[in-house]
Design a protein around this ligand. Sequence first.
Ligand code: HAM
Length: 431
Amino acid sequence: MITKPKGTYDVLPPESLKWEKLETTVRKVCKLYNYKEIRTPIFESSEVFHRDVNDTSDMVTKETYDFKDRSERGITLRPEGTAGVARAYVENKLYVDNSVTKLFYMGPMFRYERPQKGRNRQFNQFGVEALGSDNPLLDAEVISLGASLIRALGLKDVSVKINTLGDEESRNKYREVLVSHFTKYKDCLCEDCLNRLEKNPLRILDCKVDHDKDFFKTAPKINEYLNDASKERFNTVLEALDNQGLKYVIDDNLVRGLDYYSDTVFELVVNIPEFGAQNVIGGGGRYNKLISQLGGPETPGVGMAFGVERLIMAADYAGKNLQPKEQIHAYFIALGKKAEMACLKAINVCRIGGLSCEMDYKEGSLKSQFKKADSNNALFTLILGDNELNEGKINIKDNTTDSQETINIEEVYNYILTKVTAQNPCGSCNK
Ligand code: HAM
């Protein structure tokens, strides 16, 4: 038997209904905030992600799926959405209309990570990116959108952790003091942190190996090194969150795992002990250099992404049922070949008119076909035998009331539609 690759999974029905529900909710929330959908390729030229030789993030240095295609082009499966969206923004010159471009996306991402609950090699993200303005209110808008999604999904115990990495001047000053602090403990640093010490010392604060050691706790904090502009900017983000009644916790060790961030960074963390380290359901921040790194004009950006699997797990945990009961309008039971053809004709009329129908292509026994009508949650079961067929009639059972009658086969569509519309005035929808 050929099995799925390590770190991947199949989403089977009815679980897939949760995904549908989540996607519908995402779209509704994005509409409220006026974010438009963008779809970018699942693979990109490797330079989109491997932009900077000094990048120290695990994602870029250790986790990308890189390969050469048959023409020896360097290709990378996207490990995240932001860089691909930035590439598309530059390539399609979305900056020309001089307004803020607000985009959202959903889809699979790929990271060669050690798989465990809530951490996969192929996983899905829902993300938003707002490009073209450095206004701190936009940082708060992105967080507010995340909070709205969490509310709409009915998740519980989610907190927002927020920090600022300051502007370039502040970060340079902070970088110097961090280097001199951690250099004193060079012998105690893990291999990754030694590398970060040279290339991006801020990311040492993100180390999962050493973070409990004393010299981490005594490390200088960014807020002591922010210049006035960075302080003011961060305070405005916080004021905008307060203004919307959004709760947050300032975490001065939060630096995020990717190298492109500046100023605001944040994470949404769910307090579920079973989730362990996978309790970060989403995160994001500001990235004002990414667009120019990809060859575009200097353009500020801010965004956020959620792990879809983690959102679904958190909804399950909160007892929020994202899985609506699926129903069909009609299940047809045909007794014999001629009856099958006649049912097919009626089914076609119903489906064209927007009614969902099913019949048993396996031609099972009457009993097993009734069972299938049941397991499909059919609103009506229709039975067509030779006698009815000769008279142009069909038996129809209303499964809600258990009542049964015989009607003309040509009337099936109108009969069901009238009943369904009476029960559900929004039309042929059966949800
Ligand atoms: P990230 O923190 O790397 O940020 O990923 C965002 C979310 O994706 C995480 O919080 C987590 O829920 C989910 N995630 C990441 N890796 C995995 C995995 N291996 N398995 C399951 N879920 C995972 C970004 O990707 C940035 N692009 C976010 C962003 C958008 N920043 C600005 N704009």
